[in-house]
Design a protein around this ligand. Sequence first.
Ligand SMILES: O=C(O)C(=O)C[C@]1(C(=O)O)C=C[C@@H](O)C=C1
Length: 430
Amino acid sequence: MTTLTQPASNTLSLNYILRPRSNRLAPNRVTVKCVYAFEPSSLGIGSNRADWQSSCAILSSKVVSEEKPSSSSNSAGNNGSAADNIAAVNGHKTAVTDLDLVPVNGIADSSKPLPPKPLTISDLSPAPMHGSQLRVAYQGVPGAYSEAAAGKAYPNCEAIPCDQFEVAFQAVELWIADRAVLPVENSLGGSIHRNYDLLLRHRLHIVGEVQLPVHHCLLALPGVRKEYLSRVISHPQALAQCEHTLTKLGLNVAREAVDDTAGAAEFVAVNRLRDTAAIASARAAELYGLQVLADGIQDDPSNVTRFVMLAREPIIPRTDRPFKTSIVFAHDKGTSVLFKVLSAFAFRNISLTKIESRPHRNRPIRLVDDANVGTAKHFEYLFYVDFEASMAEVRAQNALAEVQEFTSFLRVLGSYPMDMTPWTPSSRGN
Ligand SMILES: O=C(O)C(=O)C[C@]1(C(=O)O)C=C[C@@H](O)C=C1
């Protein structure tokens, strides 16, 4: 399998190797080029769900239509059409005519239609479209912490590596993946702002969260010693999480940021770099044949990254277990707006677990004229708030109704079960 990539501004290239269900067959590589219609400058305000669903349908049909082959074989040398390949990506058999529509489950007379089946609770939550393994997009390459998070969120899933966060979002929107699992904050490094911005630009829903203890190792080629190193490379968050330990280890060498931790390990291994170490997981060391020079180098043993799971459809909020809800809003004109918004939660005993502000890209600055003094420049923000309540609770609905009065824009990003797994400090293997 390769990594999904995004080369041009509004063109998405999906390089994908289709792993056949049978191990005896060689995998097919697919490159799909399609134009996507999501307007990055728009906050998505005003576009409703129906619009979004129809864009999705148009997009998926573009994926299939744009790469209809003129000849009978593609660049990878396989003979199937791109449409067939996409059908296969989505877990269908090859062409539509191949679909097996005959009921087989013990019905003797197949000419009689099956009686309608009652809906079950699992019909109401988003399920994989292809009826098999859940495909989960993550940013990075195998061995990345995000891959481990995908496995924790969805055991036995098929994890799909993507080279950028944006591509992971698009993989779900284009039905290449069923879910995306993306980091939003780390206990040492803080928020991953890029994903906050992308949450707003895309129309996916948060359907869950997982917290992953992150245990970093210093990795180098076999035989390399610390004294040989002139550079340490890793994801910027990982470099930040190990800053003091690196200094304590005497590694006052250049630190360079790359796209992900496992990618750093792969880079050292592939280029046989004897002067460079990577900060990555023990699993990355195994995958790329590196030795562990130092183990557990994060500055705090309780280093944890929180990831959110994203899907095309929201889940139905419940009240039988602890739920969290994530919202984003822009405040309206007036005084003490932020205070009023936050008090809507406080008066209802709803705890906030996180508040983050990001520049309001559509309206970054508000100029306020004061006749005597001059012009004040107010920075405008979008506020992201997580609170501990389910949207199925009346108190949460009332709080949001009140919040709406003070805000010019409000969107619920998702209402989802809280990760309540018992706390375990980071251990090797993550
Ligand atoms: O580079 C990786 O391995 C990732 O999964 C990314 C990431 C991040 O974005 O914060 C995830 C967890 C760790 O905090 C370090 C890096």
